[in-house]
Unconditional design. Structure first.
Length: 291
C-alpha cells in the first residue's frame, strides 16, 4: 500500500463511531502536521457525513494549534519579533483556512501606501497626521468600539481584507505598521480603553549605558485616528476616576501585546460560550508558557 493510499485509509476511519479508534486515528493524523491540512479540507468538502466533517474540523484545529505553539516559541526567541508575524500565528489557531501570503501582501500594500506619503522633513505630529489620513480617509479603515461583537475582528486577515477591527486588533495593527515605518508608537490599555502613544526616547550623553528616558508626546485613538494631548487624556482619566502618573503608563512590548491579544481572544470565546474555541486559546497559552 502506498503512503497516499494508507493515508486515505486512515482518514476514512474518522467515520468509525468507536471513540478509541477515533483517538488513535486523530493522534496519527495530527502527527502529519500542517502538510496534511489541504487533504483534510478536500475530504471534508466532499463528505456528506456530519461526524466526518466535525472530526476533521477538530483535527485541523489540533494540527494548527501544535504548529502555532512551535511558531510562537520561535517568535519569542527572536531579538525583535514582528508584531504582524505574531498576529498571524495567533489568528491561524482559529481560522482553519488562514492565508498567510495574502495577509502579508495586504499588510505590505498598506505599509507602502503610508510610506509613500511620509518623509523625514515632517514633524512627529505631521507624520502621524499623514499616517492617519492614509489609513482612515484613503484606505477607509474603521474601528468597532464593542469588543464583544464579532469574532472575526480578532482575525488579522479579516481586519486587513475588510479594513475593520475592534479596539485591540486596530491598536495592534497600528503599532505593527508604525514599527515597520520606524515610528515610535506603543499601545497602552487604561481601564477599558486602548490608546496609542507616540513615545520619544532620549539617551543620556553622560551615561550612554543608562536606559533611555521615554516621554509621551501625544496619544492616538486606534479606532478613528484622533490625536489627543496629555492634558486631554489627563482630563478624561479624571472623569473615569483613574489616576496614572504621566511617566507610568503601561506600554505594551511586542511580546506582552501578543499575550494580551491571545488572552482577550480566550475571554471573548468564553463570553460567547464557544467553549471549544476557548479551549484552543487556553491550550495555546499553556503551550507557549511551558517548554
Amino acid at each position: 500500500m502506498t503512503e497516499r493510499n494508507e493515508l486515505n485509509a486512515i482518514i476514512q476511519l474518522l467515520e468509525d463511531p468507536d471513540q478509541e479508534v477515533y483517538g488513535v486515528v486523530s493522534n496519527k493524523l495530527v502527527e502529519y502536521g500542517t502538510a496534511l491540512v489541504p487533504s483534510l479540507l478536500q475530504v471534508q468538502y466532499a463528505s456528506t457525513s456530519d461526524l466526518m466533517q466535525e472530526r476533521i474540523d477538530i483535527i485541523i484545529h489540533q494540527i494548527q494549534l501544535k504548529d502555532a505553539i512551535a511558531q510562537f516559541k520561535h517568535w519569542q526567541s527572536l531579538r525583535t519579533p514582528s508584531i504582524i508575524d505574531g498576529l498571524m500565528i495567533v489568528s491561524s489557531i482559529i481560522n482553519v483556512q488562514f492565508d498567510k501570503e495574502a495577509t502579508l501582501q495586504l499588510f505590505e500594500q498598506m505599509r507602502k501606501s503610508c510610506w509613500l506619503e511620509l518623509n523625514h522633513y515632517l514633524t512627529s505630529l505631521e507624520k502621524i497626521t499623514t499616517l492617519n489620513s492614509v489609513l482612515f480617509n484613503h484606505l477607509h479603515f474603521k474601528g468597532e468600539l464593542d469588543m464583544t461583537k464579532e469574532e472575526q475582528l480578532f482575525n488579522i486577515e479579516f481586519v486587513l481584507q475588510f479594513k475593520k477591527g475592534n479596539m485591540l486588533s486596530m491598536g495592534a495593527l497600528y503599532m505593527a505598521l508604525a514599527q515597520v515605518l520606524d515610528l515610535p508608537v506603543k499601545l497602552i490599555k487604561v481601564e477599558d480603553h486602548y490608546l496609542l502613544a507616540y513615545v520619544d526616547s532620549q539617551i543620556s550623553f553622560l551615561d550612554p549605558e543608562q536606559k533611555p528616558i521615554e516621554s509621551i508626546q501625544f496619544f492616538i485613538n486606534p479606532l478613528l485616528g484622533d490625536i489627543y494631548s496629555m492634558e486631554e487624556i489627563d482630563a478624561f482619566l479624571k472623569t473615569q476616576e483613574v489616576n496614572i502618573e504621566k511617566d507610568k503608563f503601561p506600554f505594551h512590548t511586542n511580546e506582552s501585546l501578543l499575550l494580551h491579544y491571545t488572552e482577550n481572544m480566550f475571554q471573548f470565546y468564553t463570553y460567547k460560550e464557544a467553549y471549544e474555541l476557548a479551549d484552543l486559546m487556553k491550550a495555546f497559552l499553556l503551550g507557549i508558557k511551558h517548554p
